[in-house]
Design a protein around this ligand. Structure first.
Ligand code: SF4
Ligand code: SF4
Length: 601
């Protein structure tokens, strides 16, 4: 299994700026897809004493694990960054593949793959890179459109949260000065004054609590109490869709929406908090938060446990976690029920089946933040964020709204409440009534499999459709221009290659590639570190070092010194061609910047 390897901050920073200057892209996202705001729409929202320039963000998950993912999410308009959940058990072996986006959205990944210390460093790096990007003056950001909130997420039980290492993580996020100063020294001199920026040191003072499916309600309450009292954090409690009760969840999922194949094990309901228990502890925690002067909110919702009825994940996985369109309907029912009980007293953070069409509705309900994960894993990946904002702008313009509050009041027609708080409640009733009847969420509309052309991928040449680039949450796939020569004849000018340090074998690019076999398995798998290349054996892989290129092909090793021709061996010619293309002075990519900045000479 591949393991993620964080990339040095110096190489990330120069890569980001050089790539923008030479190609008008950052981490392979084209500038025409950046969400930079405009003077006509003020999309800012407030939560727990902070202002964010938009209500949108990446949900805690694959898009918020590595520094470059967070920067990509930010470029896609995310201003609430829900950082990937961390926990004390940080050396897990997770099943692979772990993400199944063929139809709805299932996963079996639930925890961070980096150590706690690496996670802290990645989050600090991301904040520094965003600051560098803003200060570089390269982006035409609308005034105030840079305002960003980082939200921590920790799990999964009280003992883990009280452990010294998790406490150190939280303290590190609340005062990142030592990490910033260490990383600052790794920024290369060519960045000039950008090395001396006043980087924000208080990265976060809010946290979304993530709990295991089946976490007892008294444990949830004790964790929030601990986080508030010991760390002074504003807290959001993420709750499970099982809160609706077994009969209602099954009625909606199986009968109303028609997902007859999805079976929820009885055990999923047995240990989870009931509605009465969750309402009671949210009420008590509200009292505590008020007494401490801290923010409290609720998040709808966690994924739903269903039996693993498909053959995508390893058979050892008895259950999997459902997201996507059906979860949207369940989570919206929870929003309605919660507001029925609590009114507009507590803010609601929302993540469940968010996509272009429903993003403006979630905003119109006053949900903050509105975060996405499943949709960003579909074809288009990070590019999709741009569509969310296009849709929101169109909907706002249609009702003449220039701010989010104006949109909340006007989104569902005139004649309703003029007060945003009352409008949030009214809009909830209207939208939730409508959404379960919307065919877009029904099984019939969500059965289509991604297209395949029935051809197997090989080392070089493919359809070069670029689909596998933006939908990889880690930016592990990229293209490099390679000329066809008599020694190395190629069919296409752009070759898809794969940077193994950024890949965790999630399997998502395989699902959407038009050809078979998986880009992450069959395209050139590039390493820049010998130890990691050796540890990856026996898989085929290419190691690019300053003085040589080495390939492992079916267990056989072929090495070519830098500057040498490939000779008669077609594998050596392939290695040499790859090296020349990747390290061409006009290229800026994962390999070139690593060798140029991190191991110069
Ligand atoms: S390259 Fe493919 S398998 Fe690897 S992390 Fe990206 S999407 Fe997942
Ligand atoms: S590997 Fe597949 S998805 Fe990626 S560019 Fe080639 S054909 Fe397209």
């Amino acid at each position: 299994m591949s393991h993620l390897a964080p990339y040095p901050v110096g190489a990330l920073a120069t890569r980001m700026l050089r790539e923008f200057d030479t190609r008008q892209e950052i981490f392979d996202l084209p500038a025409r897809r950046f969400v930079l705001g405009d003077a006509r729409h003020d999309l800012s929202v407030r939560l727990h004493g902070h202002t964010a320039a938009t209500p949108f963000g990446p949900a805690a998950g694959p898009h918020t694990q590595l520094a470059q993912n967070i920067v990509l999410s930010w470029l896609a308009g995310g201003r609430f960054i829900e950082l990937k959940t961390v926990q004390v058990i940080d050396h897990l072996t997770l099943p692979r593949p772990c993400i199944d986006m063929q139809t709805l959205g299932f996963n079996v990944e639930w925890s961070q793959e980096l150590t706690l210390e690496q996670s802290l460093e990645e989050y600090v790096k991301a904040a520094m890179l965003i600051r560098i990007l803003e200060a570089s003056g390269r982006l035409a950001l609308a005034p105030g459109f840079g305002r960003t909130v980082f939200d921590m997420s920790v799990g999964y039980d009280l003992a883990g949260i009280r452990s010294e290492r998790v406490q150190a993580f939280i303290r590190g996020m609340m005062d990142a000065t030592p990490v910033i100063e260490r990383l600052r020294r790794q920024l290369p001199a060519e960045l000039g004054a950008l090395r001396d920026l006043d980087f924000p040191t208080r990265l976060s003072d809010s946290l979304t609590l993530s709990t295991f499916h089946g976490c007892p309600p008294n444990e949830i309450e004790a964790m929030v109490e601990h986080l508030m009292r010991e760390h002074g954090l504003a807290c959001v409690v993420k709750l499970n869709p099982t809160l609706l009760g077994a009969a209602e969840v099954r009625r909606l999922l199986n009968d109303v929406l028609g997902y007859t194949e999805l079976r929820i094990p009885d055990a999923a309901f047995e240990k989870d908090a009931t509605w009465a228990q969750a309402s009671a502890f949210m009420d008590r925690l509200d009292g505590l938060a008020r007494s401490l002067g801290l923010g409290l909110g609720v998040k709808f919702c966690n994924t739903l446990i269903v039996e693993n009825h498909r053959d995508f994940f390893p058979a050892s996985e008895r259950v999997m976690y459902l997201s996507g369109p059906p979860l949207h309907v369940l989570a919206m029912q929870l929003v309605r029920r919660f507001r029925g009980a609590f009114g507009d007293r507590l803010p609601i953070s929302f993540s469940a089946g968010i996509a272009r069409a429903n993003f403006p509705d979630a905003v119109a309900l006053g949900l903050v933040p509105v975060t996405a994960c499943t949709d960003l894993l579909k074809a288009g990946g990070y590019w999709r964020g741009f569509g969310y904002f296009e849709e929101l702008a169109q909907r706002m313009d249609a009702v003449g709204a220039t701010t989010i509050d104006e949109f909340i009041v006007r989104a569902y027609g005139a004649g309703g409440p003029t007060d945003p708080s009352a409008a949030r409640l009214r809009n909830t009733e209207l939208y939730v009534e409508r959404v379960a009847a919307d065919p877009a969420y029904h099984a019939a509309a969500n059965r289509k499999l991604p297209r395949k052309i029935g051809r197997k991928l090989v080392f070089f040449d493919c359809l070069a459709c670029d689909k596998c680039i933006p939908l990889c949450p880690n930016d592990a796939n990229f293209t490099v221009r390679m000329p066809s020569t008599p020694e190395l004849p190629l069919k296409v000018a752009k070759q898809l290659v794969h940077f193994a340090d950024f890949c965790n074998d999630c399997g998502n690019c395989d699902v959407f590639c038009l050809e078979d076999g998986g880009p992450y398995l069959l395209k050139p798998r590039l390493f820049v570190d010998r130890e990691r290349w050796l540890a990856d054996a026996p898989r085929d892989a290419v190691l690019i070092e300053p003085d040589a290129t080495t390939g492992r092909f079916g267990g056989e090793v072929v090495c070519v010194a830098a500057g040498q021709g490939g000779g008669d061996d077609p594998r050596a010619r392939a290695l040499q061609g790859l090296r020349e293309a990747l390290l061409d002075p006009a290229e800026v990519n994962h390999v070139s910047e690593y060798l140029r900045v991190h191991v110069p000479g």
